[in-house]
Write a protein that binds this ligand. Structure first.
Ligand code: ATP
Length: 300
């Protein structure tokens, strides 16, 4: 095989509960991941050396050196196989960069699946999941897709049963937010207010809404402990959320560390209307309807 192309979904966190800061600098999380139909494509082509190119939305903000998570993934896979392989990685981005939708992690998962096939390694998913967890907390979920609870740093995954399809709109902002800065702001706010930080727990009402496909109940149960920090760093997002709510969104939330905002719609038509309303009121750069859950990284 001389070329393999893999499609990988973005994620939204329908619940993100952030526990106390750990000694290792991470937080214990309860992170309910939900894969949605905004996809990056990662193509892996035969090459002597490791190379990368990136096209698509905000491609100029993506590193082209060893800082790129897809390159790190290819190198980690080659190391696991005990060989030095080359690959030409071509990434077509649709997931907003530094947007709180785990685009870099998606590309890492895509590179793992694509290189596993290109190099004929035939490694089972369990091996790829282990390599993925070492690359970053969000990478295993990009392999798995669907809907799942992540605990620990978010990387220990339990898949969740869901019913039906949920309809979303993602309002993409100009420029990104650094995940590390948003966590630091969350810690600062908690310290400043003397908040007692509870051990993170899954929300039974949210799990029930997912299991039964109840969109109004899911909308009411959406929570994100990073939202206050993201709003502090990007106050204009408050208006974006308000506009979505004002146009009947069943739920409105900052996606992960932001600045993308996620809106749950009643159905596909409502999602299209909501996207038009968000774009025409100029509270975001662009608004994209999407569905979830969708499968994880897979060859096309
Ligand atoms: P998360 O939701 O996982 O916290 P994010 O969606 O906010 O992440 P990413 O798009 O994953 O953010 O990018 C975060 C940073 O990672 C970027 O600013 C960029 O410097 C770096 N990066 C490394 N590899 C990639 C990649 N393949 N695509 C996008 N960004 C990448």
């Amino acid at each position: 095989m001389s070329s393999v192309t893999v499609r990988v979904p973005a994620k939204v966190n329908v619940q993100l509960a952030v526990g106390p800061l750990r000694d290792d600098g991470y937080h214990d999380l309860v992170n309910v991941f939900h894969a949605v139909s905004i996809y990056d494509e990662v193509e892996a082509k035969e090459s002597e050396a490791v190379k990368i190119s990136v096209t698509g939305d905000s491609a100029d903000q993506v590193p082209l050196d060893d800082g790129n998570l897809a390159i790190q993934a290819a190198r980690a896979l080659a190391k696991h196989a005990g060989r030095s392989y080359g690959v030409d990685l071509i990434i077509r981005k649709a997931i907003p960069v530094a947007g709180g939708m785990a685009g870099g992690s998606a590309d890492a998962a895509g590179a793992l699946v694509a290189c596993n096939e290109l190099w004929g390694l035939g490694l089972p998913t369990e091996d790829l999941m282990e390599i993925a967890a070492d690359l970053g907390s969000d990478v295993p979920f990009a392999l798995l897709g669907g809907t799942a609870v992540g605990t620990g740093r978010g990387e220990q995954l339990t898949p969740l049963e869901t019913s039906g399809t949920f309809h979303w709109v993602f309002a993409v902002a100009d420029g990104g937010l650094s995940t590390a800065k948003v966590y630091a702001e969350c810690d600062r706010l908690r310290h400043a207010t003397g908040e007692q930080v509870a051990w993170p727990q899954t929300d039974d009402a949210l799990l029930d809404a997912l299991a039964t496909g109840n969109a109004p109940a899911l909308g009411a149960a959406l929570t994100n402990d990073l939202q206050a920090a993201a709003l502090m760093l990007r106050p204009s997002l408050a208006r974006t959320l308000d506009v979505g709510r004002g146009h009947g969104a069943l739920g409105a939330i900052v996606s992960g560390s932001g600045p993308t905002c996620a809106f749950l719609a009643a159905d596909a038509e409502h999602a299209r209307d909501l996207a038009v309303a968000l774009t025409s009121t100029e509270v975001c750069r662009t608004a994209t309807p999407a569905e979830g859950p969708t499968p994880g990284a897979h060859a096309i």
